[in-house]
Design a protein around this ligand. Structure first.
Ligand code: NAD
Length: 386
């Protein structure tokens, strides 16, 4: 594994590395940890990466690693930089022949995402997008239940991602994560909606498989002098007639990483919250509410749910393990590719380039709809996962 990003003082890079190594199927051996060469080299020691493989830039890493013998060089690159660097880094990694695990949102713009999809299609590489909430065992359980018809026809999806950390202008106080997320040149066309609204939207798409048709959105900047939205909601009409809502906030006092989803079908409904990820509520009119717990040995767990568990029930699994499940599915595909197979690229367990493009379309159409006073705009992208 080689990583781009994850330098000292950063957030998600360390999570990528921890998730990747959780099952002993990867080892971090190289990195371009920061845009600053000295900081990149200083960060390497924190990961036990030897000095000679702590690179001053991602371009240098790809060039030097490509020159190493197979078996020594990195097999895949994880991209954990701010959004504006995803496209150049991921494209260069693919062109150098590496598999890629890229964080969300896929790119800075939809045009970049579409261009990247072409590079992926022309390559033999596996491309994973870390919409990590798809890795939770009960999310996978719910997905299989829904796709096998246990909830009947899905008619409503309510997805939310509610935070409170940008209630004040943290970006003006030198807080790094806040600074780039509120800067359109680094974050993209949307702030909150791009950063976390995309996760909520992706979760509904992943769990139900419903294809979207149109979107009407209303984004808002509540904190003065901030250039990008910090709150918003969107209504989505799905092809089968279902209605969805996505609400995302970064200004709600006391709210942490409250991702929650509720899905209503003709035969039943379900509800899952990521801050209590080992439980899911399933309801049927006239019956007691059922609480599913994450239990790999329970008869009510299906194959997808069981396969995503590592620990017996009651020992909480959470963010790292879910993230690692996304990696694990990506590794299976990488192994298949390395042993002469041609792994599935569209209908994958892990979020892929199609989901990444859809996320970017969701962002751009949300922003455009909001600017047009909530006008209904198309949301089904030609590259949408089917
Ligand atoms: P961060 O600011 O904490 O870290 C970014 C890192 O990238 C820093 O170490 C920085 O030095 C490095 N970097 C910047 N430009 C670089 C370059 N040219 N070459 C090498 N390194 C470079 O940001 P973060 O909060 O960790 O977010 C990083 C990405 O991960 C973003 O795209 C964000 O949307 C995404 N993210 C995803 C999740 C998730 O749950 N999947 C959570 C947080 C962040």
């Amino acid at each position: 594994m080689g990583i781009v990003g994850g330098g000292q003082g950063s957030f998600i890079g360390r999570v990528h590395v921890t998730a990747a190594v959780l099952d002993n199927r990867a080892a971090l051996v190289a990195g371009a940890f920061s845009s600053d060469a000295a900081r990149s080299k200083a960060s390497a020691a924190d990961y036990d990466v030897p000095e000679n493989r702590a690179y001053g830039s991602y371009a240098e890493m790809f060039e030097k690693e490509r020159g190493l013998p197979t078996g020594e060089r990195i097999d895949f690159v994880s991209v954990a930089t701010p959004n504006h660097m995803h496209f150049p880094v991921a494209k260069a990694a693919l062109e150098a022949g590496f598999h890629v695990v890229c964080d969300k949102p896929l790119t800075l713009t939809l045009a970049e995402a579409e261009a990247l999809a072409k590079v992926v299609a022309a390559s033999k590489s596996v491309f994973v997008v870390t919409h990590n909430y798809t890795g939770y065992p009960l999310v996978r359980q719910a997905r299989e239940m829904i796709l096998s018809g246990q909830l009947g026809e899905v008619q409503a999806i309510r997805a939310e991602y509610i935070q409170g950390w940008l209630r004040t202008r943290l970006e003006s106080e030198g807080q790094k994560q806040a600074a780039w997320r509120t800067d359109p040149t680094k974050s993209g066309a949307a702030g909150c909606f791009g950063d976390i609204g995309t996760h909520a939207y992706n979760l509904g798409r992943y769990m139900t498989g419903l294809l979207p048709e149109t979107i009407s959105a209303n984004l808002k900047i509540f904190v003065p002098d901030r250039p990008l939205d910090d709150y918003g909601h969107a209504v989505i009409r799905y092809e089968n007639g279902a209605l969805g809502t996505v609400t995302a906030s970064q200004i709600s006092h006391g709210r942490e990483n409250d991702v929650r989803i509720q899905i209503d079908g003709t035969l039943g409904s379900l509800e899952w919250h990521q801050e209590e990820p080992n439980k899911m509520i399933v309801r049927h009119n006239g019956k007691p509410h059922a609480i599913y717990t994450r239990d790999p040995n329970a008869p009510f767990m299906n194959g997808s749910g069981k396969a995503a568990c590592r620990l017996p029930s009651g020992h909480p699994e959470a963010f790292f393990e879910a993230f690692a499940n996304v990696y694990r599915a990506g590794f299976d595909a990488m192994v298949e590719a390395a042993t002469g197979g041609s792994p599935e690229r569209e209908d994958t367990i892990y979020p892929n380039i199609h989901d990444g493009v859809e996320g970017m379309y969701f962002i751009e159409q949300s922003v455009a709809s909001s600017k047009a006073d909530g006008a209904w705009l198309p949301l089904k992208h030609p590259l949408a996962r089917r």
